[in-house]
Ligand binder design. Structure first.
Ligand code: KMH
Ligand code: ZN
Length: 279
């Protein structure tokens, strides 16, 4: 039976534009400066993205959590388009919690909150329980909605524990399932189905598949009524052996696949309502 307009929830596409690890050498179209990031955000918005996940870089391409750079990015994105701007508190591995939380004090609409530690390639992405609580408390104080980042099933167990203990309410609660990090859960349909089946009741979710799984897991999320994150942070290729030409190219492809599945795209305003962003 074809889906009815009432039964289909609009798809929120998030564009993770830059990340902390990808270099210009790997992806020549990587947006680095605030102007480049704002331009990429506007292109992605035009292609159907309702949200951008941003990391800041210094002019030499190195990662920074300097709130002045984030402030410039947020102002420039807002001047170009209406997408939800979600800042990273993950930053780059090795940064202190103090550095990582700094952009949240700018009061963006959303910020990420990783729910535990994970090996990250040859590094460790460290998120102690104390730091996680500090991030949550700071977001609350600033009126910033967290997006809980789940790289492994233990992180989802921790989030469920927080819900059970009343540390976070089960709704509104938005989760991003990041699959395929070397050290985290695999980017398999089985892993996605397991995590989705164990989310707190009422949670909204997106998937961020790393590498080639950006396409396959994104397509599955469209079918499962989830939301999708694409972009250079997670994947620099359009297909095997062919670099993507822009973040917007990746957004456009997911938008086309959503259209084939009769899944309308959420505008930024609809996304705010779906996620119940209160800021
Ligand atoms: N760069 C990674 C170590 C986030 O943005 O919240 C962590 C990360 C997660 O990118
Ligand atoms: Zn990130």
């Amino acid at each position: 039976m074809p889906a009815t307009a009432e039964s289909v929830s609009p798809l929120i596409i998030t564009a993770a534009l830059t990340g902390a690890e990808v270099t210009r050498e790997q992806q020549p179209a990587l947006p680095i400066t605030p102007d480049e990031i704002a331009e990429a955000a506007a292109e992605c918005a035009a292609a159907g993205a309702a949200m951008v996940h941003v990391h800041a870089r210094l002019p030499d391409g190195s990662s920074t959590q300097d709130p002045r750079v984030y402030a410039e990015i947020i102002a420039k994105v807002r001047a170009r388009c209406d997408v939800i701007v979600q800042v990273s508190t993950g930053g780059a591995v090795g940064m202190t919690a103090q550095e990582r939380i700094a952009p949240v004090r700018l009061g963006p609409e959303m910020a990420t909150l990783s729910m535990g530690s994970v090996n990250f390639g040859e590094d460790v992405f460290l998120n102690t329980p104390a730091d996680m609580r500090h991030f949550l408390d700071t977001m609350r104080a600033e009126g910033v909605m967290p997006e809980f980042e789940i790289f492994d099933s233990g992180m989802l167990s921790t989030l469920n524990r927080w819900v059970k203990r009343g540390i976070v309410a089960p709704s509104p609660l938005h989760v991003d399932l990041v699959l395929g990090v070397a050290g985290g859960m695999p980017a398999s349909p089985a892993a996605l189905l397991f995590l989705v089946g164990n989310l707190p009741a009422g949670a909204t979710w997106s998937v961020a598949g790393i590498g080639a799984s950006q396409l396959s897991l994104g397509t599955l999320a469209i079918q499962l009524d989830g939301h999708v994150r694409v972009g250079f942070e997670d994947n620099i290729f359009f297909r095997k052996g062919e670099l993507a030409t822009s973040n917007a190219q990746l957004v456009s492809r997911i938008a086309r696949i959503a259209a084939e599945h009769d899944r309308p795209l959420a505008t930024p305003e609809q996304a705010r309502r779906i996620l119940r962003i209160l800021n």
